[in-house]
Ligand binder design. Structure first.
Ligand code: F6R
Length: 242
């Protein structure tokens, strides 16, 4: 695993964005795993800047989001389908028909989850998966005790995750209780993983994921099993590392 420690959050976005940009420049049809939340926003800003400057294009790329809330209304601004469309696909110039988000409103959620993994495989697999990490160590919405072999499926959100994500909703009780998330096994199949974290609130999770034992209690520790994982953090998020 490669660990890159940078002075601040802005630099994390720039360096991680440059890494994704170089993958897409070398392979315009790249399949990109897309995280939501605050952590990857600097990456998307850096990529959008390059798209605007005309030095990078996502027109031929494909995207697969990591996760989605279950049962969130289709028009809710915080559904990950809407967040990805608004904050990623539009500014980066993806063809909307080439970007998928798990269907958290499917009548048969288990079948939709299976189909999502099939769609990733049919696209040739994910070239680079962008990841954040939850303060409880989750990646995607694979909460503590998730199997390292897990596939895309329905999960119950941990109380800590619902509390952390309450900032995106009008009140904490509006945060959905369930989600559909790529599994740890699904994530580990991506050819490259790039995890970003910023701020002291992520320091314990980063240290446990990077230096702690492999443990289902720290889903982020699954990165230790991957041949090409890069963790890009600011000094505050690195403050728990030895
Ligand atoms: C988002 C996701 C989550 C977040 C994590 C950190 O698609 O899968 O694992 O990356 O909860 O969230 P932020 O970045 O908002 O701190």
């Amino acid at each position: 695993m490669e660990i890159i420690i940078l002075p601040d959050a802005a630099e994390v976005g720039r360096v991680a964005g440059a890494k994704i940009a170089s993958i897409v420049a070398g392979r315009p049809q790249a399949v990109i795993g897309l995280a939501t939340g605050s952590s990857p926003q600097g990456i998307y800003a850096e990529l959008a800047r390059r798209v605007q400057a005309g030095s990078l294009s996502f027109a031929e790329a494909r995207g697969f989001a990591l996760d989605e809330y279950v049962g969130i209304p289709a028009d809710h601004p915080e559904s990950y389908a809407n967040v990805i469309a608004r904050e990623v696909a539009a500014p980066l110039g993806f063809d909307p028909s080439r970007v998928r988000v798990p269907d958290g409103r499917a009548a048969d959620l288990a079948a939709a989850a299976k189909e999502y993994d099939r769609a990733i495989a049919e696209a040739g697999g994910i070239d680079v998966q962008i990841l954040g990490i939850g303060s409880n160590g989750h990646i995607g919405f694979n909460e503590p005790t998730s199997s390292f072999a897990s596939r895309t499926r329905i999960k119950t959100l941990a109380p800590k995750t619902r509390q952390d994500n309450a900032r995106f909703f009008d009140s904490p009780d509006q945060v959905p209780t369930h989600c559909m998330t790529q599994g740890l096994g699904t994530i580990l199949e991506a050819r490259e993983l790039v995890l970003v974290a910023q701020g002291a609130g992520k320091a314990d999770a980063v240290a446990a994921a990077v230096e702690g034992p492999l443990s289902a209690f720290v889903p982020g520790s699954a990165l230790q099993l991957h041949e090409h994982a890069t963790v890009i953090v600011d000094e505050a998020a690195a403050s728990g590392l030895r």
